[in-house]
Write a protein that binds this ligand. Structure first.
Ligand SMILES: Cc1cc2nc3c(=O)[nH]c(=O)nc-3n(C[C@H](O)[C@H](O)[C@H](O)COP(=O)(O)O)c2cc1C
Length: 148
C-alpha cells in the first residue's frame, strides 16, 4: 500500500492543555498510532504545534480529521501532504518534543539554524523549512534518549 506524509501546524489551547494532558495525549497517540500503522513526531515550540504523520492514506486522513476537531488546539493549518516511498519517523508511533525542554546544546543548535520569536523557535510555514526542523528534532531526540 502507498504511504503518505502529512505535516500541519496549530496553536495550543493552553487553558485546557496542561503538561499532564500533553503527557496523556502522547501516550495514547503512541499506542493508537502503532495500532493504525502511523508513525510521526509532534513538536511543541511555545504555543505552536508542528506534527508529522506518516502511514497509509486512509488512517492518516482519518486521524487528521479527528485532530482538526480536537479542542485542545486551534488554527490547524496544513503545511504539506505528499506520497512517500519510505518512512522517516519510523522510530515512534508518536513522540512529543517540547523544544524548550531539550538540552541547552540542542536548543543552541536549533537557535543557530531557525529564527526565534519571543524566545521560542518560530515554526516555519513553508514545507522545506518545516520538514528541515522536523528532521533536525528527530536527530536530536534520537541522539539524546529520554529528552523527547
Ligand atoms: C496536537 C494534537 C496532536 C494529536 N496527535 C494525535 C496522534 O498522533 N494520534 C492520535 O491517535 N491522536 C492524536 N491526537 C488526538 C486526536 O485529536 C483525537 O483525540 C484522537 O484521535 C481520538 O479520537 P476519537 O476520540 O474520535 O477516537 C492529537 C491531538 C492534538 C491536539
Amino acid at each position: 500500500m502507498p504511504l503518505c506524509r502529512l505535516v500541519y501546524k496549530s496553536q495550543t489551547s493552553w487553558d485546557i492543555l496542561s503538561n499532564e494532558v500533553l503527557q496523556k495525549l502522547a501516550i495514547n497517540s503512541e499506542r493508537r498510532n502503532r495500532e493504525n500503522g502511523i508513525t510521526g513526531l509532534l513538536v511543541l515550540s511555545g504555543e505552536t504545534f508542528l506534527q508529522v504523520l506518516e502511514g497509509e492514506s486512509e488512517p492518516v486522513n482519518q486521524l487528521y480529521r479527528n485532530i482538526i476537531q480536537d479542542k485542545r488546539h486551534q488554527d490547524v493549518t496544513l503545511i504539506s501532504y505528499e506520497s512517500i516511498s519510505q518512512r522517516s519517523f519510523e522510530d515512534w508511533g508518536m513522540r512529543v518534543a517540547d523544544l524548550n525542554d531539550l538540552p541547552i546544546a540542542s536548543r543552541d543548535f536549533l537557535r543557530s539554524k531557525y529564527p526565534e520569536q519571543e524566545g521560542y523557535i518560530e515554526i516555519p510555514d513553508d514545507t522545506p523549512k518545516a520538514l528541515a526542523l522536523l528532521f533536525d528534532v528527530r536527530v536530536l531526540c534520537l541522539s539524546e534518549p529520554g529528552t523527547c
